[in-house]
Structure formats: structure tokens, C-alpha cells
Design a protein around this ligand. Structure first.
Ligand code: ATP
Length: 246
């Protein structure tokens, strides 16, 4: 039920190229029904954390060498990426990664590869209902959409797997402030209207802490500060180092 741990990382260690320690005993919890923001400066290890959670490690370069990742009470540390999607986690990658030569509708259907045809037709209707702009643009080629529209499409595609946990890698990347606000507005609505649990990594700490329930700040591969988002927004160190002076 709400409040229980949906995802937890326990002392996770990731090593790249056999020698570079990128996650150094990272622990964090995402409670069911929450939006959790994982913040930190460039190179802190945020993307690596999402890769470890989604099963994109081991890769050619790196692997989880210690610690455990649990999802819905089960140890998934060694479960493959496709299985994790089937079990209910969906990743929306940085830089959007839509299929540029496919239409909006085809991109969305591609996100439903883990589901049956009948289920995915229903899910498609739901995504169009939630993002009416995508419905209007269903026949357009994705490569010609604006940055904000592509981000919306990438989120819609991730939703087509009907996730319990949606993970977003820098949804604000490259977007103008107004669009950032719009995208975060959608993320908040998905959470409040459908109960979707969200883990979002961001360099735009201000925006992320406005919509999040809980925040974690990481530096050099471990968590250095955590707390309710409202507290982090008022924390003097967070203000100085992550929110800027303005
Ligand atoms: P960014 O916002 O720049 O993506 P981040 O917090 O997401 O930063 P990561 O991308 O996880 O950080 O990178 C953490 C560290 O791991 C960095 O020092 C980076 O140079 C290194 N790193 C990332 N990918 C690899 C790789 N494939 N091989 C070796 N080192 C890597």
C-alpha cells in the first residue's frame, strides 16, 4: 500500500572499466505513491543509478559489484532489463530517444512491446486522453516534433508499458523554462491522478523539488543529504549549492 517501499537500493556499488568506482555504497528508498527526486551535480552518478535500477548494467563498461536492488519486495539485482519492465518499471531516457523516423502513434505502440494487443489499444487511448496534444499529432513523424513534444512522447511511450514505477532521466534537459514547467506539471498530475510512483533525476533541482515529495542529493557516488522535498528547499546548503542564489 501507499508509503511502503516500492524500490530500495541497499549499499549499491558500481564499477566502470574494472577500476572506476562510480557508485560507492548508494542507498535510497522510493515509497509507493511518491515522487522522489535524485539530485546532484554533473558526474555525481545519477544516470548510473538509473541504469543499475533498470538493468542496463552489466554493460560493456560497467557492472553492479556489490549491494542489492529490491523492487516490490523482491531482489532484482541480477534480473535482466526486459524482466524488470514486465514487473513494472519503465525508464524514460535522457535526450528523449524517440524513434525519429516513426510516427507518434508508432512510437507509442513500440512502448507496449511487453503487453498484449488488446491491452495496448486501451493503454494508447489512456495516453491520448492524458496527452491530448499527442492525439492531435498521432500521424506526425516524431523527428519533426519540438523538444517539449518529444519529451511528452517519450513519457507517453514509457507509460505504454503500464509501469508501477516511472523513472525519468533529466526530463527538463534542453527545454525552455515554460516547457520545463509544463512537463513537470504532467509528471505531478500522473502521480496525483493515477497514483504512479516516480523517480526523477535532475540537475534542475529547483523545479524537481517543487513537485517531489522526497529528495536525495548525491555526490561522488553516494547520498550526502536526504529529506522531505519541502525541507530540502529550505536547507541553507541546498540553497547555496543546488538552487543557486536567486
Ligand atoms: P550527468 O548529469 O553528467 O549524466 P550523472 O550524475 O548522471 O551526471 P553519471 O553519468 O552516472 O553521472 O556518471 C558518473 C561518473 O561515471 C562520471 O565520472 C562519468 O565520467 C563516469 N562514467 C559514466 N559512464 C561511464 C562509462 N561508460 N565508462 C566509464 N566511466 C563512465
Amino acid at each position: 500500500g501507499p508509503g511502503a517501499a516500492l524500490l530500495s537500493l541497499n549499499n549499491v556499488e558500481v564499477i566502470y572499466d574494472d577500476v572506476i568506482l562510480v557508485l560507492r555504497g548508494l542507498s535510497l528508498t522510493v515509497a509507493e505513491g511518491q515522487i522522489v527526486a535524485l539530485l546532484g551535480s554533473n558526474g555525481a552518478g545519477k544516470s548510473t543509478t538509473l541504469k543499475a535500477v533498470s538493468g542496463l548494467l552489466p554493460s560493456e563498461h560497467g557492472e553492479v559489484t556489490d549491494g542489492t536492488i529490491s523492487f516490490r519486495g523482491e531482489d532484482i539485482t541480477r534480473v535482466d532489463a526486459a524482466q524488470r519492465v514486465t514487473r513494472g518499471m519503465s525508464l524514460c531516457m535522457e535526450g528523449r530517444h524517440v524513434f525519429e523516423h516513426l510516427s507518434v502513434a508508432e512510437n507509442l505502440v513500440a512502448g507496449a512491446y511487453t503487453r498484449s494487443g488488446k491491452e495496448s489499444a486501451e493503454d494508447l487511448d489512456k495516453v491520448y486522453e492524458f496527452f491530448p496534444k499527442l492525439a492531435d499529432m498521432r500521424a506526425r513523424i516524431a523527428g519533426y516534433l519540438s523538444g517539449g513534444e518529444q519529451q511528452m512522447l517519450a513519457i507517453g511511450r514509457a507509460l505504454m508499458a503500464r509501469p508501477t514505477l516511472l523513472m525519468l532521466d533529466e526530463p527538463s534537459l534542453g527545454l525552455a523554462p515554460l516547457l520545463v514547467q509544463e512537463i513537470f506539471g504532467y509528471i505531478k498530475r500522473l502521480n496525483t491522478e493515477t497514483g504512479l510512483t516516480v523517480l526523477v533525476i535532475e540537475q534542475n533541482a529547483r523545479r524537481a523539488l517543487e513537485v517531489a515529495d522526497h529528495g536525495y542529493i548525491m555526490e561522488q557516488g553516494r547520498i550526502v543529504l536526504e529529506g522531505p522535498a519541502a525541507e530540502l528547499r529550505e536547507n541553507p546548503d541546498v540553497k547555496e549549492f543546488y538552487l543557486g542564489l536567486g
